[in-house]
Write a protein that binds this ligand. Structure first.
Ligand SMILES: Cc1ncc(COP(=O)(O)O)c(C=O)c1O
Length: 353
């Protein structure tokens, strides 16, 4: 078990490029706390920079692009859906570092033929090389993703042969290097909590690739806080039964990278799978209700794909008493509000109630 200072020393040994604005704000939601009967705080990674449209990927990218630059790379490849927040944030920070972003994007939702919207629009403004991979008849999203990785690798090989140096950022930045960003996030939260006299009982967030969760769980293990603070991870897409196992393995590879001996067990992860239906990038009523609730009590925006469904999961767990009254709860706002300007398929009836 490490102290905050020792954890920071371990993180300082990794290459890192400062990209966002940290620490992100941590503040209490007065009106909603009163309404729900818990002490509710928001960790504002939606305001992480480097422009209006921050999010959780900035923390991962500090370490990923740190490594890319240490290796002398000039081009960065990454992958995701056409409205990927991760891909957009990667494009933005590549420009901040003088690197060329190449994005391979699977069209889970067909881009609006009438014009580019939301993250896909921003990708173009950043001048990223955008390669769209349409879903083939009968092909699953996972198969199309595999195909995009293959196509990306072929393009990277061609560029390398022409003298470029390419760096591959996996989808969602979910690698030990990327997850180190959320070890740093956990340490940051605990340091802020200490200064505010706040020891959170619960930290809640939306989980996709698992890179954020792996980093948070690794950070918690590093500081020996498994018994003190539960992490509620709300799935925003279907997860197979091995998800906890794979995510704990990623957390452990992150701890190995940091040369730390602490470990995360799959049983330490609390993943709720009941809140994403009917599917990834398809809105649901509880998620949209959660967005309206936070907007109308606190003036803060979530999104329909990630943070709204995550918030809805947390609200339900509070209402069911699984997060008891008077608990100190931190919701990690991972960003994503650009989705509010995406295709109708992604936002549903959000503005109609
Ligand atoms: C807004 C938002 N929240 C949460 C997540 C989930 O993060 P992770 O993929 O690290 O699980 C993402 C990932 O794309 C995201 O864009």
């Amino acid at each position: 078990m490490k102290t905050i200072w020792e954890a920071k020393e371990l993180l300082a040994a990794l290459p890192r490029r400062s990209l966002g604005f940290y620490p992100t704000h941590l503040h209490r939601l007065e009106r909603l706390s009163q309404q729900l009967g818990v002490e509710l705080y928001l960790k504002r990674d939606d305001l992480s920079g480097c422009n209006l449209f921050g999010g959780n990927k900035m923390r991962k990218l500090e370490f990923l692009l740190g490594e890319a630059m240490a290796k002398g790379c000039d081009t960065v490849f990454t992958y995701g859906a056409t409205q990927s927040n991760h891909a957009m944030q990667t494009a933005a920070v590549c420009r901040q570092c003088g690197l060329n972003p190449v994005l391979w994007l699977v069209s889970v939702v067909e881009p609006d033929p009438g014009g580019l919207r939301a993250n896909l629009l921003l990708d173009h403004i950043f001048g990223a090389k955008v390669q769209i991979v349409p879903l083939r008849e009968g092909e699953s999203e996972a198969q199309a993703e595999e195909r995009s990785f293959q196509l990306g690798a072929e393009e990277a090989a061609r560029l390398e042969a022409a003298g470029h140096r390419c760096y591959d950022v996996p989808m969602g930045g979910a690698s030990p290097v990327g997850s180190a960003g959320f070890v740093s996030g956990w340490v940051e939260l605990m340091e802020q909590g200490k200064a505010m006299g706040l020891a959170p009982d619960y930290v809640c967030h939306a989980t996709g690739t698992g890179g954020t969760l792996a980093g948070l769980a690794a950070g918690r293990a590093l500081l020996g806080q498994e018994q003190k603070t539960a992490i509620l991870s709300v799935a925003v897409s279907p997860k197979d039964e091995d998800y906890e196992e794979r995510t704990a393995a990623l957390a452990n590879r992150t701890l190995e990278l940091l040369k730390a001996s602490e470990r995360v067990a799959p049983k330490d992860l609390w993943v709720e799978r009941d809140y994403y239906a009917p599917g990834y990038e398809i809105p649901n009523e509880a998620g949209n209700e959660a967005i309206r609730l936070l907007a109308r009590t606190e003036g803060i925006l979530l999104d329909t794909v990630y943070s709204g469904k995550g918030f809805a999961g947390m609200l339900d767990q509070i209402r069911k008493g699984r997060i008891p009254q008077e608990s100190r709860v931190v919701y990690w706002h991972t960003g994503g509000a650009t989705a509010l300007f995406a295709e109708r398929e992604i936002i549903g009836d959000l503005a109609e109630k």
